[in-house]
Design a protein around this ligand. Structure first.
Ligand SMILES: [Zn+2]
Length: 87
């Protein structure tokens, strides 16, 4: 089963935008923008940076609205990649 949102950026993803593992199989947790060839595309990304990026995308009308960005931001701490930061 594929989750409907990427467990890193919180954006919805589909079969076509799944990330890839090192053996080129598909990763079911992360989208291709976040996870490629078995590793995160941006290792140094922090939750805070991601929030800023989402808001910038919304400001530039780049695929999401401000409301959607805010909804995603609220969900981010529950995602697999970021849960650790709350411990
Ligand atoms: Zn992603």
């Amino acid at each position: 089963m594929i989750p409907d949102t990427c467990q890193s950026c919180g954006m919805p993803f589909t079969i076509e935008t799944r990330g890839t593992n090192r053996d080129q199989s598909f990763n079911k947790d992360y989208c291709i923008n976040c996870f490629r060839d078995g590793k995160f595309t941006n290792h140094h990304l922090t939750l805070h940076q991601l929030e800023i990026e989402l808001l910038e995308m919304a400001e530039m009308h780049n695929g999401i609205t401000l409301e959607e960005a805010q909804q995603i931001i609220r969900k981010l701490p529950e995602l697999k990649r970021w849960r650790m930061e709350n411990i």
